[in-house]
Design a protein around this ligand. Structure first.
Ligand code: PLP
Length: 404
């Protein structure tokens, strides 16, 4: 369906070469002293863009969440509620902070954490909720924040996919106690690696700075030490982030416009369900665009087979996260954490059941690559035509592969 490649990512140019060169010539290439000038410049610019009072740049979008939980004092013996459909980094971060990830299923309408199930999972040990703004969606932050307030819980938003999103005019990452952003190479604001925490709270920002800088105190009196490690990001990467942020608003606008074009055209394809964003999202931005297929309308094909077939048509698509009930990582038998043994039932995949996340991860969720939405209307139309073709011919392909 399409032979021309979609635009490259990351989209770097000569200004990035100049920015990195200037750092090399300047001499401070590392992240120490923290924050370096580029780290501070990017953190201030990005925090302002999201509407946060503070930004703290660090090594990646996994340690961001670990640092957020540590700054909030969440750790040993505490439970953190996490959606069953996310990247492994979200529960990993909770475990790295010493806490127990407690998974709950996602909502069928948007595949973000189900607030009713969050409420049902709260125990006296629960200290935090980590909603994930997955793909083109944001978790229902009105409900999450209301539950958090009522039960006195912290909220750390996993915004790895949500740079630029706004919920009711408030930026992603500014609604909870912390927002965690990834700048890993596939993410929409990238330096190859990197992560940023946003917060409105000056003391939490200070603690986060200390936690990523080997525990050095960041208060005026220099007395507030933390049990920190080195999670600083080097200035070479920060220079790329400064440039990336300059390009970001235009890229975001284009993705949003082309995302709407996709939604208008793809809605008519049999067996395809568009997962419309929550109307509370007032500035739309997304990483991957995720839609749902009905395998029956695709001759019984799985989401993986459909993604492969679309990709073979020149339109990059994939299947991303398995549901958390399928990860060996979270089996208590593989963990030495006493807390995990104590709560073995809650961590045993055999006892977990997340029907919505399992159906999405294993049968129905297809992720379209971001580059499609940085091309042009024709590029989006190719994606729609490829999807329609795969659906139309699915039965013929199935019959050819399996003639009986
Ligand atoms: C939902 C989600 N959370 C967290 C991360 C972790 O980010 P990083 O790769 O920067 O550690 C990613 C992506 O990698 C992600 O997709």
């Amino acid at each position: 369906m399409r032979s021309a490649p979609y635009p490259d990512w990351p989209s770097l140019d000569e200004s990035d070469v100049d920015a990195v060169t200037a750092v090399v010539r300047g001499g401070q290439v590392g992240g120490y002293p923290e924050p370096g000038p580029r780290a501070a410049e990017f953190a201030a610019g990005f925090a302002a863009y999201q509407g946060a009072a503070h930004g703290i740049v660090m090594a990646n979008g996994t340690v961001t969440m670990e640092v957020a939980l540590k700054a909030l004092g969440v750790g040993w013996g505490d439970e953190v509620i996490i959606p069953a459909l996310t990247f492994a980094a979200t529960p990993y971060a909770a475990m790295a902070a010493g806490a127990l990830p407690v998974f709950v299923d996602v909502e069928p309408a948007r595949w973000t954490i189900d607030p009713d199930l969050v409420e049902a999972a709260i125990t006296p040990r629960t200290r935090a909720i980590m909603p994930v703004h997955l793909g083109q969606q944001m978790a229902d932050m009105d409900r999450i924040m209301e539950i958090a307030r009522r039960h006195d819980l912290f909220v750390v938003e996993d915004c790895a996919h949500a740079h630029g999103q706004r919920w009711d005019e408030q930026g992603a990452g500014t609604l909870g106690d912390f927002g965690s952003f990834s700048h890993q190479s596939t993410k929409i604001l990238t330096a190859g690696e990197g992560g940023t925490l946003t917060t409105q709270d000056e003391r939490l920002a200070r603690l986060a700075h200390s936690l990523i800088d080997c525990g050095r105190p960041k208060d005026a009196a220099e007395t507030e030490y933390t049990f920190g490690a080195n999670y600083r990001l080097g200035e070479l990467a920060c220079a790329l982030l400064v440039n990336g942020l300059r390009r970001f608003p235009v890229q975001r606008e284009r993705r949003a416009a082309l995302g709407e074009h996709f939604e208008r055209l793809a809605a008519d394809i049999p067996g395809v369900t568009i997962k419309h964003r929550n109307p509370r999202i007032t500035r739309w931005s997304f990483y991957r665009y995720i839609f749902e297929i009905d395998p029956d309308a695709f001759a019984g094909a799985t989401n993986e087979q459909v993604a492969d077939a679309i990709s073979a048509e020149g339109v990059p698509a994939e299947v991303q996260y398995p549901p958390m009930s399928r990860y060996d990582l979270f089996q208590p038998s593989l963990s030495r954490l006493p807390v995990a043994v104590e709560h073995a039932d809650r961590l045993d995949p055999a006892k977990m059941s997340f029907p919505v996340a399992e159906a999405a991860g294993e049968r129905t969720a297809v992720y379209l690559n971001e580059c499609i939405f940085r091309s042009d209307e024709a590029g989006v139309e190719h994606a729609v035509e490829a999807l329609a073709k795969v659906q139309r011919l699915a039965a013929d392909v199935a019959a050819a592969v399996n003639p009986s």
